[in-house]
Design a protein around this ligand. Structure first.
Ligand code: SIN
Ligand code: MN
Length: 264
């Protein structure tokens, strides 16, 4: 699947791209059918919310489940990333971020490169985060928020200052201070990433984003894979491989109907 020139321009200008309903309901259903068993597993790569035992993010899913092993190579996720990036990519991180009804907790304002550079030694902010909504994301269930243009609002080569927050949630995150976020929002505003299940979202390493608590009765699950060019691979290995993959073989697309075999 190829992005159009207009979509590529929009991605460059805003720093993110929302592609509504790229996967059909049957495909989403086939993916969602795998989640209860995966979320029920008691293992370290099921990271739980600070405020209780509910799973916040289930990681390493391509190594745990056949449907997710296909999904990371799905052409509607992988081909746009290969089009934007230069050269072959590896699977840096694969997960479903959950925000269960009433309990799903915040992701603070951050940009991913702060984490990937400081924790993993990724040399450059090149990786792409590609999401697939497994539920509708609406104004109430903890959708992601973006600051359009924030990927270009860092001060030249000096990236916005970021600090490791080990307190707010169960998942340590390099976050951006409120003064900087405020300045970026003055310039770019906030755009929420809403859309039906099956929507795909693409954003880069310098895009400032976050998401509020889910106070609604509607769960919000989002599949996410981070594709990083192999030439930009991690240079330090302090995080486990379920947080940053170490298989640096090129990821190749499967046929477009790879999920439908199972959904039929
Ligand atoms: C979220 O799942 O709401 C945020 C995750 C991210 O930072 O990509
Ligand atoms: Mn992020």
């Amino acid at each position: 699947m190829k992005l159009t020139d207009a979509q590529l321009e929009q991605f460059d200008r805003d720093g993110f791209l929302i592609l509504p309903s790229l996967f059909d309901p049957k495909e989403v259903e086939a993916i969602n059918a795998e989640l209860p068993a995966l979320f029920a597993e008691d293992r370290v790569d099921n990271v739980r919310e600070k405020g209780g035992g509910i799973v916040r993010t289930a990681m390493n899913l391509h190594a745990r489940n056949d449907v997710f092993a296909k999904l990371v190579r799905h052409p509607r996720l992988l081909e746009p990333a290969l089009q934007i990036l230069d050269g072959d990519v590896y699977l840096q991180q694969v997960k479903v971020n959950a925000k269960e009804a009433y309990t799903g907790e915040i992701w603070q304002w951050h940009y991913d490169f702060a984490h990937h550079h400081n924790e993993d030694g990724n040399p450059l902010p090149l990786a792409l985060n590609v999401h697939l909504f497994l539920d509708e994301c609406n104004p109430f269930n903890g959708a992601l928020w973006f600051i359009p243009g924030s990927h270009k609002a860092h001060d030249g080569r000096n990236l916005a200052k970021s600090a490791l927050d080990t307190e707010t949630t169960s998942y340590e995150l390099w976050t951006v201070d409120h003064e900087t976020v405020g300045r970026m929002i003055e310039a770019g505003g906030i755009v929420p990433a809403h859309g039906p299940a099956g929507t795909v979202l693409i954003f880069g390493e310098l895009m400032v984003h976050g998401s509020p608590n889910n106070m609604s009765p509607w769960p919000r699950h989002i599949f996410s894979t981070i594709y990083n060019p192999i030439s930009n691979r991690q240079t330090t290995f302090k995080r486990p491989d379920w947080q940053h993959g170490r298989d640096f073989t090129p990821t190749r697309p499967l046929p477009d109907d790879c999920l439908r075999e199972r959904a039929a």
